[in-house]
Design a protein around this ligand. Structure first.
Ligand SMILES: [Zn+2]
Length: 384
């Protein structure tokens, strides 16, 4: 880590800018994790954190991002005349609410990368707005971490001694008003099947085929308990990869569920199916290794209700209607929550992440900043 050199460059740039903004204890490590503390003079108030990720998802589009601001009038938008790339309103009704607004797009050859550069901008602008206002807020911790898109790696690696806040916020994904107080519990499993190899001359009654053991394992799972057949708050098993030779097969799978108990039952099911296979193949060997990846932030939000309460007060203050969503995924906040820092998420204002049609309405982007600002200002004030 980081998985790309661009993240190191961006991290160094941000560390310099943080110092220019008067942020204390700015630290940048070789993993491209940047942290700092905007000191405030208000005492007796929670220590708040903001965290954003440095990386941009790689979905095989151009790595060069050329953003542009277009005014949306209600007509189809040409993103790239040379390559004839258009955003057709018939295919993208989600843009309708932004008729008459300025909207940031890529040039159609790449993602926009508002996920998560919009959040970095919000946090840096927030810090510049807080300059000279030390009397109005307490300590505000910031962190920029790499490699969120490839498994929340930065948030897992972040030294919490450098991000010692009571609770924090990610500003990731999500359109205007959306906030995320709940997400998947996640685990990854690697199932190893060892068979017995033999030459066909002497295979009868001897050979145990690890590939067929893996097939039998998969056959024990409901074919509709998968991402392609589930939605909303339903969980799933997802078989990701199978590697096999005559001696051994490795099956990678992931487990997702919102409900803590159902999540545990899913992990138990894996072990139970493995046990069934051991009985069916007494000369084979089955090993199920399952490890948690991240947790539903809802469980930690219950432990410290301040993070959520403050978020709702901030929304109210800036006049944004909260739209809570259950996220079928995880953010860096899910990794931090699993490590004891309750970290809900609120909107950047962007839509269509991980797509060439990702866009960011300027007005929604500004509201994201207003929410962040309100959080800092309201933290010291007792709720009415
Ligand atoms: Zn993101």
């Amino acid at each position: 880590m980081p998985s790309s050199s661009g993240q190191s460059k961006l991290a160094a740039l941000l560390a310099d800018e943080l110092r220019e903004l008067g942020v204390a204890e700015v630290a940048l490590d070789e993993q491209a994790i940047v942290t700092g503390i905007k000191r405030g003079k208000k005492r007796n108030q929670p220590k708040i954190g903001f965290i954003a990720h440095l990386d941009t998802v790689d979905i095989g589009l151009s790595p060069h991002i050329l953003p542009q601001v277009l005014h949306f009038t209600g007509a189809d938008l040409c993103l790239n005349s040379e390559r004839d790339i258009w955003l057709r309103v018939a295919d993208h009704p989600e843009i309708w609410p932004w008729t008459g607004h300025d909207v940031v797009f890529s040039d159609g050859t790449s993602v926009l990368g508002a996920d998560n550069k919009a959040a970095i901008s919000v946090i840096m602008t927030l810090l510049s707005h807080l300059e000279g206002k030390e009397d109005t807020h307490g300590d505000i911790h910031v962190a920029f971490v790499p490699d969120e898109e490839i498994g929340l790696r930065g948030a897992h690696a972040l030294d919490l001694g450098r991000f010692a806040c009571d609770f924090a916020y990610t500003i990731d994904c999500c359109q205007l008003g959306e906030l995320m107080l709940e997400n998947f519990n996640a685990a990854a499993g690697e199932i190893v099947f060892r068979g017995v190899s033999a030459h066909p001359m002497s295979a009868k009654g001897i050979l145990v085929n690890p590939l067929l053991m893996a097939f039998d394992f998969v056959a024990e799972f409901d074919r509709r308990d998968t991402p392609e057949h589930t939605h909303d708050r339903q969980g799933f098993f997802w078989f990701k990869e199978l590697r096999a030779n005559d001696s051994e097969a490795h099956l990678d799978m992931i487990i997702r569920d919102f409900d803590d108990r159902a999540f545990e039952r899913r992990k138990e099911k894996i072990e139970a199916v493995a046990e069934g296979l051991r009985a069916r193949y007494p000369r084979g060997h089955v090993e199920a290794r399952v490890a948690d990846t991240y947790r539903n932030i809802a469980s930690t939000l219950k432990d410290d209700p301040r993070a959520e309460a403050l978020l709702f007060r901030a929304f109210e203050q800036v006049g944004v209607t909260p739209k809570p969503i259950s996220m079928r995924g995880g953010t860096d906040g899910a990794a931090l929550s699993a490590r004891g820092i309750p970290t809900p998420n609120f909107f950047t204002g962007a839509l269509n992440f991980h797509s060439r049609f990702e866009f960011l309405p300027v007005a929604a982007f500004e509201k994201s900043l207003e929410v962040a600002m309100a959080i800092c200002m309201l933290a010291g004030k007792p709720p009415p």
